[in-house]
Write a protein that binds this ligand. Structure first.
Ligand SMILES: [Zn+2]
Length: 143
């Protein structure tokens, strides 16, 4: 069976998606982009104070992947404030809680996330049971 594509869970999109130094027209400034999943990594690790194991679980990625996302985001944010340039937060590979359906295996209790638009999972990823049932939708502030 083909491996399911991994997707990164983001609790919510950033309130502000562009940061610009005051008093200088944007057209005179360089820009740097961070993706919404990079923003989420910084939010979880540096704002919420989670360790990387907790944060990688929340984002549904491996710890090395989380570390890579976080390192990249921190480097770009540092470059923004050191060079005094524009920071934009946009794009990236991520899903929001409202985009995810959650199924639970009746036999072993494993939960399986499936983004909207992808086929419903047929068997459990842990025990191959086919008795999956849909759990209620995650709310944005539940995690
Ligand atoms: Zn199972």
């Amino acid at each position: 069976m083909p491996r399911r594509k991994q997707f990164r869970k983001v609790s919510k999109e950033p309130l502000i998606s562009i940061f610009k130094p005051a008093g200088i027209p944007a057209k005179e400034l360089d820009e740097i982009f961070i993706t919404v999943d990079e923003f989420e990594a910084v939010r979880l690790a540096d704002f919420e104070g989670m360790n990387q194991r907790e944060a990688s679980d929340v984002m549904h990625v491996s710890q090395p992947t989380f570390n890579r996302i976080l390192t990249s985001a921190r480097k770009k944010i540092a470059e923004t404030i050191v060079r005094g340039i524009v920071l934009r937060i946009e794009g990236g590979e991520y899903v929001l809680p409202c985009d995810v359906r959650v199924f639970e295996c009746k036999d072993c209790g494993t939960t399986i996330d499936a983004p909207l638009g992808e086929p419903r999972p047929k068997t459990c990823t842990q025990c191959d049971s086919d008795t999956l049932f849909r759990k209620k939708q995650l709310k944005a502030d539940e995690e």
